[in-house]
Design a protein around this ligand. Structure first.
Ligand SMILES: [Fe+2]
Length: 291
């Protein structure tokens, strides 16, 4: 196994490992150490079956199975352990230009962190490429840890102890978002604004599109601060943009990395990626050490 840093401390490529095969104890420990050190791990040349994808994910924690899009309007193409990151119908055809599904996915273009609207926030996501467009469709990652480190000490002190309301839906979304009303009501939770990783003591800003209010502040004032912090985190010096190759599997730490999808010609090219989302163990243990 070879760990090659792509950026100094945020993204690394891990070569010489086949995730479809059982890992040695040392191999697993090396991957977990890299996950702590970096936040985005790229595994090239993988060809995982759904079960192998799930099995590797489970080494980090439980895999989420509660999908939030209403299956009546967006039929599941995959096992409930997977988020379907594609522009394809259940028959494998490219969505029509005006399809409702296309609108539902519009939120993925906003900087966010997966499942921050759940009481048990996501620890990590593992996204495997099956079909990638020849141009565009990158996934961009922003280091909310490097951004926190770059804040002035006075700003860090002001933000310390703040608690943030996360919602599944985005307030600026004017269109039908494909979520069920009961799910929207259920997915309103609070998390600390600044989260500390107990293993390495590194702090990160926990912001993005789902982070919408600060507890104890007028909503607009909280939103202004959160938008400002998300903009701060996503400056070019904190961003790694991943250009997908067939067979790439990318895993990221949702506790300290924001991500967003970038555009591609969705009426011309197919793009199909499968994602598992790995949950923390309890509401307060999203940062607890992994097994
Ligand atoms: Fe996402």
């Amino acid at each position: 196994m070879e760990i090659r840093p792509v950026t100094e401390s945020f993204a690394a490529e891990i070569g010489g490992v086949d995730l479809s095969k059982p890992l040695s104890a040392t191999g697993e420990a090396s991957i977990k150490a890299a996950f702590w050190k970096y936040a985005v791990l790229v595994f090239p040349d993988q060809d995982l079956t759904p079960q192998q994808h799930i099995d590797f994910s489970k080494k980090f924690g439980p895999v989420e199975t509660d999908r939030v899009l209403d299956p009546k309007v967006t039929p599941h193409r995959l096992d409930l352990s997977f988020a379907d990151i594609s522009n394809l119908t259940p028959e494998g055809k490219i969505w029509a230009g005006d399809s409702r599904q296309r609108m539902y996915k519009a939120g993925n273009k906003l900087w966010h962190t997966d499942s921050s609207f759940k009481p048990i926030a996501a620890l990590a996501s593992l996204l495997a490429a099956r079909i990638v467009p020849p141009v565009g469709g990158n996934t961009e990652f922003a280091s909310a840890r490097a951004a926190y480190a770059a804040l002035p000490a006075t700003r860090k002190a002001e933000l310390e102890g703040m608690v943030v309301v996360h919602r599944m839906t985005h307030p600026d979304k004017e269109h039908d978002d494909g979520y069920r009303d009961d799910d929207k009501a259920r997915h309103v939770v609070t998390h600390p604004l600044i989260r500390t990783n107990p293993v390495n003591g590194r702090k990160a800003l926990y912001v993005g599109a789902h982070a919408q209010e600060i507890v104890g502040m007028p909503p607009q004032e909280g939103r202004r601060i959160l938008d400002e912090l998300t903009a701060f985190c996503t400056q070019p010096q904190f961003v790694y943009s991943h250009s997908w190759r067939d067979g790439d599997a990318v895993m990221w730490d949702n506790r300290c990395a924001l991500h967003r999808a970038t555009t591609f010609d969705k009426t011309r090219y197919k793009r199909k990626l499968h994602r598992t989302t790995i949950a923390g163990k309890s509401p307060d243990s999203a940062f607890a050490a992994m097994p």
